[in-house]
Design a protein around this ligand. Sequence first.
Ligand code: 5GP
Ligand code: ZN
Length: 112
Amino acid sequence: MASLPSCIFCKIIKGEIPSLKLFESDKTYAFLDIGPLSSGHSLIIPKHHGAKLHDMPADQLTEILPVAARIAQAVGCEDYNILQNNGRIAHQVVDHVHFHMIPKPNEAEGLG
Ligand code: 5GP
Ligand code: ZN
């Protein structure tokens, strides 16, 4: 399914819900998470709508990890987590495949 009108991430892609966009191409969209776990916490999504990873054609996913890595670099974080939840028990809340890029700042920096 290319797009699902009721899906909040499809609405973000179409600009019907505002987002802080970090990257966009013909098949990928990236934006800041509204509830960040750390500064720069981003969501990288395929534009093609699919609820879970196994619903998503592999060719829709080829840019996801390179874009996540570029955003991590752009926010100055060498270390980061990629998180991808599938299903309620696995803590998926939004049913449009998305990859979290969660920067892990160096806690020691700035401490005496
Ligand atoms: P999940 O638990 O489904 O893996 O994560 C969904 C993520 O989407 C959460 O981290 C949540 O903060 C984020 N989110 C939900 N709604 C919106 C929204 O309208 N805008 C943005 N930027 N992030 C959202
Ligand atoms: Zn969607």
